[in-house]
Design a protein around this ligand. Structure first.
Ligand code: OGA
Ligand code: MN
Length: 287
């Protein structure tokens, strides 16, 4: 049995992890090691992984229930477990800057937690980089746990009891059109603004671009608070920018990190990443 070796990436969170081949069968002991590392570090970067879709889905299933990718589910009702991130279609052809799918993915350039707009938000996202870009195209992460820890006690008292409405249409329709059936499949949902990791008791803000409003607050006050919390969470020193290498597998904890993609020239570069998500354990309420 190999042992995971974790080297920190940022003072607040993140580790580069070696000592495991994710493309090979993974033992339950190793899965428990990955779970513990997720709770501890929030972001795990596994370099040089010989990944396949089959192995990625096996890993995803060992961590929990694979999430049905929401765009396909919403548009067609079909369950698929992979999303393709980047600008390469299934037949290998490249989409440029003006392609609809490239424009649609610009929504990922806003700070967010994946699937926070779902009634059951996700636990983790797993993304493998098959083709990565040489300039731009980083994924940036920040810890909303460190951000909570850095709030003063008055702000903690303010945010602790609050709930916020997450709304995909709110965040994404200004960026690119959302298919009507997809929109209808994602009614706004309320989640606690402060979440607690059940394993270690650590608390974090649950904020980002999908958050439309604070439940029970007026528009301006609500917007001011949410914008202030995102600015506080994402200040420059708090950011870890992951510059992708080919064959990186990255796992991020959507319960307590927010992330965003950085721009790249899709006319020039090929970017192909395969993504799965694991369903979380907490349910919000439909608003
Ligand atoms: C995502 C995402 C950012 C990126 O796939 O969930 O936010 O760098 N991607 O493409
Ligand atoms: Mn994302």
């Amino acid at each position: 049995m190999s042992t995971l070796r974790c080297t920190p990436l940022h003072d607040d969170f993140g580790a580069r992890v070696t000592g495991i081949e994710l493309g090979e069968p993974i033992s339950s002991v190793q899965i428990e090691g990955i779970r513990a590392a997720i709770d501890e570090y929030s972001l795990l970067v596994f370099p040089d992984q010989q990944m396949t879709d089959e192995a990625q889905l096996a890993l995803t299933s060992q961590l929990g229930e694979p999430e049905a990718e929401h765009v396909t589910l919403g548009r067609t009702g079909e369950t698929v477990h992979f999303g393709t991130v980047g600008n390469i279609s299934a037949d290998g052809s490249q989409h440029g800057n003006e392609a609809a799918s490239t424009r649609y993915q610009k929504g990922n350039q806003l700070w967010h937690s994946d699937s926070s707009f779902r009634e059951v938000p996700s636990y983790v996202t797993i993304t493998h980089g098959y083709e990565v870009v040489g300039e731009g195209g980083e994924t940036e992460f920040v810890s909303a746990r460190a951000a909570y820890d850095r709030l003063d006690s008055a702000d903690r008292d303010l945010v602790d009891p609050l709930e916020a409405v997450h709304d995909y249409l709110f965040s994404r329709s200004p960026v690119a059109p959302v298919h009507p059936a997809h929109a209808a499949s994602l009614p706004p949902v309320a989640h606690r603004l402060v979440r607690t990791n059940p394993g270690n008791g650590r608390q974090n803000l649950f904020v980002g671009s999908h958050v439309r409003s604070v439940v029970g607050w007026g528009g301006i006050e609500s917007r001011e608070l949410l914008d202030r919390l995102v600015a506080h969470t994402t200040h420059a020193d708090a950011v870890y920018a992951h510059a992708w290498s080919t064959d990186d597998t990255v796992i991020w904890d959507n319960r307590c990190l927010i992330h965003r993609g950085r721009p790249y020239d899709a006319d020039r570069w090929r970017r192909r990443m395969r993504q799965t998500r694991v369903v979380g354990a907490e349910r919000g309420r439909i608003h």
